[in-house]
Design a protein around this ligand. Structure first.
Ligand SMILES: *Cc1c(COP(=O)(O)O)cnc(C)c1O
Length: 420
């Protein structure tokens, strides 16, 4: 229960029709009508265009978070609005009793972008957590009992994905979770080798850059060790690219920064639909392709023509506007600009492309996020010492410079608030 109403108040004062007094403000109605899982939203947003959004009071914000690495083309991009309208006017949803051309075309496109070998295949879901559920089921189908995930991992909130997520506070209230999952310290090659040695591990789940943990890259050496050792032991390497995929890091998929590093399974969501909910699982190669047999998994909405048409428009626009190159370039320039501030509270910039974590020497990240919002910038604090930026890939260097120039003032405001 929120502090606003009690269950008793609801039953005695509710009209039963959902009617409410005129003039009740939106934040209060939010608190009354929605479950309190997200904490109090800081603003009610009403409109977006390009890299900017506006709230219901008419205040403007530069969106440096893009709905958490989702709105790759920003807000109200004409490629998305026209693809969505056109598909909605043609055929919106059919169930998986039927196929549609956009779904098939999107699967082919993803296989091509991923460089997947012949015999590979795609399963469409509606979110990141669902994509990881499907990957979890693929792993179970190997018949091996153990699954490895990494400390600081985040794979989603449904029970299977939660079982793969290391954060105790997320997991503990929901135990027992699906079993057989063990957590390894990220970056520890010896621990990995020892855990894989018995030959009974179905899969290792890993994010190339751990976004929710504070934008922590696993790094080339450890990713290569993951690939080599899993292959040696007949274990699946499952890369969760839900946050890092779809051009976010300046590559279609973050693992492509390293030649020859192909996973056995990859999961996608966030940026794939540019704001329309869609997730995907790619199974690389014929052996992985056949682990899920007909009838062993399913979805009503997954891969529906609306979602597929929008995802195709997102991919087409990334290609047309060469957003891979642009993302790599603007991301590097931004990181260099923040480093050049040489600010005593800044401990460096992590990540790649336009998925960036600014490390802080003191736990002022939440204070900076609040001060930034007041100053018209949206970002978030995945940890007390990390600021995360994942702006639309179409953002200009000039807009990023606006934030960089404001950052020292935000840090000082937050530090002062922290002292008082
Ligand atoms: C966001 C995220 C998920 C969960 O995606 P949802 O769409 O919120 O279910 C899973 N894995 C990673 C790496 C993520 O960043």
């Amino acid at each position: 229960m929120s502090e606003h109403t009690t269950a008793a108040e609801h039953t005695t004062t509710g009209s039963g029709s959902g009617a409410r007094p005129a003039g009740t403000d939106l934040p209060t109605r939010y608190a009354d009508a929605l479950l309190p899982v997200f904490g109090t939203p800081q603003r009610v947003l009403s409109r977006g265009e390009g890299v900017r959004v506006w709230d219901t009071e008419g205040r403007e914000y530069l969106d440096l978070l893009a709905g958490i690495a989702v709105n790759t083309l920003g807000h109200a991009h004409p490629a998305i609005t026209s693809a969505l309208a056109k598909q909605a006017q043609t055929l919106g949803h059919v169930s998986n009793f039927f196929a549609t051309a956009p779904q098939i075309e999107l699967a082919e496109k993803l296989l091509q972008l991923a460089g997947a070998p012949a015999g590979s295949g795609v399963f469409f879901a509606n979110s990141g957590t669902e994509a990881n559920e499907a990957a979890f089921k693929i792993a179970r189908r190997t018949g091996r009992p153990r699954i490895l995930a990494l400390e600081n991992s985040f794979h989603g909130r449904t029970m299977g994905a939660l079982a793969l997520t290391s954060k105790e506070a997320y997991r503990a209230p929901f135990e027992p979770l699906p079993g057989g999952v063990e957590f390894l310290p990220a970056g520890d090659e010896q621990a990995l080798a020892a855990a894989l040695a018995p030959g009974d591990v179905a899969a290792v789940f890993a994010e190339p850059i751990q976004g929710e943990a504070g934008v922590l890259p696993l790094g080339q050496d450890y990713l290569r060790a993951l690939r080599r050792l899993t292959r040696e032991h007949g274990t699946l390497l499952i890369l969760d690219e839900v946050q890092t995929g779809m051009a976010r890091t300046g590559h279609w998929f973050a693992h492509q920064a390293f030649a020859d590093l192909q996973p056995d399974v990859m999961t996608l969501a966030k940026g794939l639909g540019g704001g329309f909910p869609i997730g995907a699982v790619i199974a690389f190669g014929a052996q992985t392709h056949d682990l899920l047999q007909p009838g062993q998994h399913g979805t009503t909405f997954g891969g529906n023509p609306l979602a597929a048409a929008v995802a195709l428009a997102v991919i087409g626009t990334i290609l047309e506007e060469d957003l891979l190159t642009r993302t790599a370039r603007t991301g590097d320039a931004f990181a260099a600009g923040v480093e050049a501030l040489d600010h005593p509270l800044i401990d460096g910039v992590r990540g790649a492309g336009l998925l960036r974590g600014i490390g802080l020497r003191e736990p002022h990240a939440a204070g900076v996020v609040t001060a930034a919002l007041e100053a018209g910038f949206i970002l978030n604090a995945p940890t007390p010492t990390t600021l995360r930026l994942a702006p639309p890939l179409i953002i200009s260097g000039a807009d990023l410079d606006l934030f960089t120039a404001t950052l020292p003032g935000l840090l000082e405001t937050a530090a002062a608030a922290g002292r008082s």
